[in-house]
Unconditional design. Structure first.
Length: 396
């Protein structure tokens, strides 16, 4: 029959569930129940099987509204999509809190370095799950991600990292068949600008810091192991995690071989001062780590708390531990060390990463350029066969 309000109201109640179909729109139907419930549906075939998706109840929806929705669904079906399958997928879709467990087990713990594992888990635990944890994987939209990113604008660096973590999660959801390919809701989220921090200590600041380090252990500010860790960071340019987990077995003469750093295997020389710090570091028989912690057999866990005390005494309140690595690189460049060698010492996989220090060599480059210019600069006047001529005539 033709679906109109009057025609549907006039339908008799059946003895059991049955369907009535609209004459004007193929696949648009009405399900009748013995209790008087009337529900609009769309029916279509996938292969030889009928698939059916519910639009809504008659009364809550008018015939015109239901017909409009039916046309949209039938358009999706014609394009090769299956609304019924989408509904089933949505019902069985895990929440972000649930899928995060798989994310941790199958990706974070398997693919990432310990420090990165900690960063990923913290991003999910602190910023994502409290906001989106109850949403299903299928329900998360681009607008949800944009809002989350905007809400973190006061911490732009962290906001960008959160989007990076979520983007990886949704890429994996596509691989696991939990979302359509190419449906990552993190796509096209514009990251905030991240101004690079290039704070490094000048010679006066370094001397002041070194004096504090020399007396910190004796005055009970922090342990000798923590003090020597800071000294090694200054003298080697290593990453905090590399020094914190440095083992005696890694030391081969005056060289150190890190089997697995942020960028993989790393082999660098230790200068005489760094080797002297190693000799002054007590070696425990039951501990393989150079920088021992309070827990028996383990490395020091946290160097941030004691660093805050050290930098306050040295009047360097704005200096982070990572700035000690910047200090090593900056002074190496300013002393004329080629960027390629500095890159190897820092363990950068790409010299482009080291190029942030290139401007520090400007003075040396300018001096070299001036020297070459003086050498090649011609005199204003030249003598040719005993005759004084202008340089323009000589060139001509």
């Amino acid at each position: 029959m033709k679906f109109t309000k009057r025609n549907i109201d006039a339908l008799d109640l059946p003895d059991r569930d049955c369907f009535v179909w609209d004459n004007d729109l193929h696949g648009f139907g009405l399900r009748l129940s013995p209790r008087g419930r009337k529900t609009f549906v769309v029916q279509y075939k996938v292969g030889r099987r009928n698939q059916r998706v519910t639009i809504g109840r008659f009364g809550a929806l008018t015939v015109e509204q239901a017909r409009k929705d039916a046309k949209i669904l039938l358009g999706e079906i014609a394009a090769g999509n299956s609304p019924a399958q989408t509904v089933r997928s949505n019902r069985s879709s895990p929440t972000l809190t649930e899928i995060n467990k798989r994310f941790v087990k199958e990706h974070i713990e398997v693919r990432l370095k310990p420090t990165t594992q900690s960063d990923y888990c913290r991003s999910m635990r602190k910023y994502v799950l409290p906001v989106l944890g109850s949403k299903t994987v299928m329900d998360v939209r681009h607008s949800d991600i944009v809002k989350l990113h905007l809400d973190l604008k006061h911490i732009p660096y962290q906001a960008n990292r959160v989007i990076g973590v979520l983007s990886k999660l949704f890429n994996l959801c596509e691989q696991w068949g939990l979302r359509k390919q190419g449906s990552n809701p993190c796509m096209h989220v514009r990251h905030y600008k991240e101004p690079r921090r290039n704070r490094f200590l000048d010679k006066t600041e370094l001397e002041r810091l070194w004096v504090v380090l020399e007396t910190a252990h004796l005055e009970g500010v922090t342990s000798l192991y923590a003090v020597n860790a800071y000294k090694l960071l200054i003298l080697t340019g290593c990453r905090l995690g590399e020094i914190r987990t440095l083992k005696w077995d890694y030391i081969k003469g005056t060289r150190v071989e890190f089997p697995d750093t942020k960028t993989g295997y790393k082999r660098i020389p230790f200068n005489d001062e760094a080797m002297n710090v190693l000799r002054q570091t007590p070696r425990k028989k039951d501990n393989e780590f150079v920088i021992c912690g309070a827990k028996a057999g383990g490395p020091i866990v946290n160097l941030q708390k004691s660093w805050r005390k050290i930098r306050k005494l040295a009047k360097l309140d704005d200096v982070r531990i990572h700035d000690l690595r910047h200090t090593f690189a900056s002074h190496a460049v300013m002393n004329g060390t080629p960027l390629a060698l500095v890159s190897k010492l820092l363990g950068h996989t790409q010299i482009a990463t080291t190029m942030r220090y290139a401007h520090l060599a400007d003075a040396e480059l300018a001096q070299a350029s001036q020297g070459i210019g003086s050498l090649l600069r011609p005199s204003q006047n030249l003598t040719h066969k005993g005759k004084l001529i202008q340089i323009s005539e000589f060139i001509r």
